[in-house]
Design a binder for this molecule. Structure first.
Ligand code: URP
Ligand code: ZN
Ligand code: ZN
Length: 454
């Protein structure tokens, strides 16, 4: 009789399209068999009766150990990926930022060196391009794609920080990405408007967190969203808009999608949960991220698109900083979320707001498909055994004390969830068990991605 490493018995498997009672057998890190009743020997048998068996989430947007705003984001790769594992995320996509003049290879290697030692879950990278190095980067992109880096990020913002690309550079990158079967991801906000408002509020002595929102309101994001979509349509190039937070920009994306443009939209749990009112709270500084949370109308539009399929992915933009001073111009931008993504979206499913299949699609299957992770994103034979066991009946209240990152606070403090992951497997290895991280730094592997098909 065949011996498996693991059999998960009696659980309900959830894919992006259906849910069904099924045993899942794992061998050498892969899902090796799926059937109603697998009778075979295994080193471990896990009884998942009454539980859901889900594919691990892929968080398409994180910034671990990122130098930013005069400091470095609080979670190292070890802490951030440990938190990921405990929230059912089995692959992260990090965003290393190119220093001016740096090659893609130099950038990727410097990160891989750390990730190989520290990563507790698998990892991919979208490289942020800030400098074409007189065209060398456009050449180098071909090699990067061959090595599995099939997406690159452009900031239409952070001009003073030296990270912004202008429209000429953006167009070159989009066209080159299209040619290579790669894609450009865009952070869309208008930097000149932000600078104008920031200076105005500073001169008026208005420095509270509320003015972070007031200096980057809805139309500041919408202008850049629309510009990005304009280029995608007219250059006929694929585009992935990260952390969509405003209704007007979202509507431009939906219109482009309906016209057949290759436009993908990501939003984040923080935009689905909070509005700009958080910036009026005493701890408003903790919610400072870019783009900021917007008004209720934008949040409603995001939920509508979550429900009707017009948003493609939910990712976290995990970029936490320790508690900071109150002046909005000095607060490094970014919020935590990698451990909260899947539980939050699954709670939305458990309460009937969306289906479990849709939660799986948004957090796992679509991410794997859009970004070419051929072995990830589904519970099916041949895929990596990245599996989350979810208890629909377990109540959980998020607190900084039960999170696994290095952060000294969480914007999710006090959030009550009905249902919670109780176990995470990374390629068949248990890395999270009922509240405890039980994985190993360095177990995470690089995910080599496939180019997009034309
Ligand atoms: O505020 C944010 N989002 N910080 C991280 C960098 C980015 O813009 O994605
Ligand atoms: Zn961004
Ligand atoms: Zn980001």
């Amino acid at each position: 009789m065949k011996e498996f490493d693991l059999i998960i018995k009696n659980g309900t498997v959830v894919t992006s399209t259906e849910s069904f009672l099924c045993d899942v057998a794992v061998k050498d890190g892969k899902i090796a068999a799926m059937a109603q009743n697998i009778e075979a020997d295994a080193k471990e048998i896990y009884d998942a009766a009454g539980k859901l068996v889900l594919p691990g989430a892929l968080d398409a947007h994180t910034h671990m150990a990122m130098p930013f705003g005069g400091t470095v984001s609080a979670d190292s790769y070890m802490a951030g990926t440990r938190a990921a594992a405990c929230g059912g995320v089995t692959t992260i996509f990090d965003y290393p930022v190119q220093h001016k003049g740096e090659t893609i290879r130099g950038l990727v290697n410097s990160k891989k060196e750390v990730l190989e030692k520290e990563a507790c879950v698998d990892y991919a990278m979208h490289c942020c391009i800030t400098d074409l190095n007189e065209g060398e980067i456009l050449e180098e992109m071909e090699k990067a794609v061959a090595e599995g880096i099939t997406s690159f990020k452009c900031f239409l913002v952070y001009k003073k920080e030296g990270m912004m690309v202008d429209d000429g550079m953006l167009a070159r990158l989009m066209l080159r990405a299209k040619e290579l079967g790669a894609m450009i991801n865009i952070h869309a906000e208008n930097p000149d408007l932000i600078d104008y408002y920031t200076e105005k509020f500073l001169s008026e002595g208005k420095t509270s967190a509320w003015y972070h929102y007031m200096s980057r309101p809805e139309f500041v994001e919408a202008e850049a969203d629309k510009r990005a979509v304009h280029w995608a349509k007219h250059l006929d190039a694929p585009l992935y808009l990260v952390h969509m937070a405003d209704k007007e920009g979202l509507e431009a994306c939906i219109e482009a999608k309906e016209e057949g443009a290759d436009v993908f939209v990501e939003t984040c749990p923080q935009y689905l949960e909070f509005t700009c009112d958080v910036y009026k709270r005493e701890d408003g500084r903790n919610f400072v991220c870019s783009p900021p949370m917007k008004g209720q109308e934008s949040q409603d539009a995001l939920w509508k698109a979550i429900k009707n399929g017009m948003i493609d992915t939910v990712a976290t933009d995990h970029c936490p900083f320790q508690s900071y001073e109150d002046d909005f111009t000095k607060i490094p931008n970014g919020c935590p979320g990698v451990e909260n993504l899947y539980p939050y979206m699954l709670d939305a499913a458990n309460s009937g707001k969306i289906t479990f299949e849709r939660a799986v699609e948004l957090c796992s299957t679509n991410v794997a498909k859009i970004f070419g992770c051929d072995n990830k994103g589904s519970i099916s034979v041949g895929k990596d055994a990245d599996i989350v066991i979810y208890d629909k009946d377990k109540d959980f209240t998020i607190s900084v004390d039960n999170m696994h990152s290095d952060l000294d606070h969480t914007i999710w403090e006090g959030k009550q969830l009905h249902g919670y992951p109780i176990r995470t497997y990374l390629r068949g290895n248990v890395v999270y068990d009922n509240g405890d991280f039980v994985g190993t730094p360095g177990l995470g592997e690089y995910v080599k991605r496939s180019p997009r098909k034309h």
